[in-house]
Design a protein around this ligand. Structure first.
Ligand code: SAH
Length: 339
């Protein structure tokens, strides 16, 4: 049975038409679910009992469970249990402009980036759209707030779960629903090139972030196995296409790994690759984990890398740090449950 939180408004409209009811009923349901946040279909008081019973019969309302919550200053981390006893995480961060959430898109991940905790545990399954929607609803309910922005940067590779992730984006973006603006939604990918081409035609103009992490194929091959399938030149061609089709700036994420990818020469190579393109680089201080051998670059080195990029005309920021004390590096909490 499909879950009611995994339906786009259009799905619901088609459903109501298929049962010979009115199309606008979809908006009423959306308002109950997402504006009034009522979970119990019996309480949808402007919908008559007969239709409510039909809804209950045709759709599941299963909701994921918060099983653990850790706090560290401005960051909070949630561990959720899914219907099949799998676990995923979301991290919530308070910024001066509002609160953001980092949601997971898969149970585990098959990309196996060497420095990433999530990739140590292989993908078990994709998340359904409703399981991503519910991460947002659960956190908003728990904190009694409305989130300002969503980044799809938790466990999993979102473009390896394209259909569910784009459905999720349609649901949360809908003005009759949660109404998160496209500019407040960011999808982060390790670089699944065919899906980047596809995403450039997705009608909701979200932000795209690419996990680059290395300026040469030689190094990127070592850090990110995906590079052996879609190498840097192939990826750059896809990014150029995306920029041309969408006219939206693309973010490049670059995690700073001590003595691995953080030299001045690396910065020069990176600048050379992207000179003149509408991109900006986000330097990410590495979250060290117990299981992996990588270390974080020093503040001095990060600053020198930053300066070198700027000197070469590249827009660059250093990611503000949140929650390294609560293992905010994605996958660490789920990893600790699996031990
Ligand atoms: N699969 C997607 C999204 C999930 S990973 C992607 O690769 O973009 C989200 C980001 O966190 C990626 O840039 C990833 O490389 C980075 N990351 C993974 N482990 C990290 C760690 N320990 N410290 C800092 N960033 C990390």
């Amino acid at each position: 049975m499909p879950n009611i939180y995994g339906l786009t408004k259009e799905d619901l409209e088609n459903y109501f038409l298929s049962i010979n009811d009115k199309k606008y009923r979809a908006i009423q349901v959306y308002e109950w679910l997402y504006k009034k946040r009522v979970k119990d279909i019996d309480l949808f008081s402007n919908i008559k009992k007969e239709i409510r019973d039909k809804l209950k019969n045709d759709f599941d309302t299963y909701f994921l469970k918060i099983v653990k919550k850790e706090e560290d200053g401005l960051a909070k981390k949630y561990l959720f249990k899914l219907y099949d006893d799998e676990y995923i995480e979301a991290v919530v961060m308070e910024h001066d402009y509002g609160t953001s959430i980092c949601v997971s898109s898969q149970v585990g991940c098959n990309m196996a980036c060497r420095f990433c905790e999530s990739g140590r545990l292989k993908k078990v399954r994709n998340l359904e759209a409703y399981e991503m929607v519910e991460q947002i609803l659960a956190v908003e309910e728990d904190l009694g707030i409305r989130l300002y922005s969503v980044v799809i940067m938790g466990i999993g590779e979102p473009l390896d779960n394209y259909d569910n992730v784009t459905k999720f984006i349609k649901i949360i973006n809908d003005p009759k629903g949660i109404e998160l603006g496209a500019r407040h939604i960011t999808l982060s990918t390790c670089g699944l090139v065919p899906k980047i081409y596809e995403l450039s035609h997705f009608p909701i103009q979200i932000n795209l972030a690419i996990s680059l992490h290395a300026p040469t194929d030689e190094l990127r091959n070592k850090l990110m196995p995906v590079n052996k399938v879609y190498n840097i030149p192939t990826l750059i061609t896809a990014i150029k296409d995306y920029l041309q089709v969408t006219s939206r700036r693309v973010t490049l994420e670059y995690v700073m790994l001590n003595n691995v990818n953080d030299s001045i020469d690396h910065a020069k190579e990176l600048a050379h690759l992207f000179k003149g393109m509408n991109i900006y680089v986000n330097l990410i201080p590495y979250n060290e984990t117990n299981h992996l051998e990588f270390n974080r670059s020093s503040k001095t080195k990060i600053k020198a890398f930053y300066d070198e990029l700027r000197k070469n005309g590249i827009n660059v920021t250093i990611r503000k740090e949140f929650g390294s004390n609560i293992d905010a590096a994605c996958g660490q909490l789920r990893g600790s449950m699996k031990k």
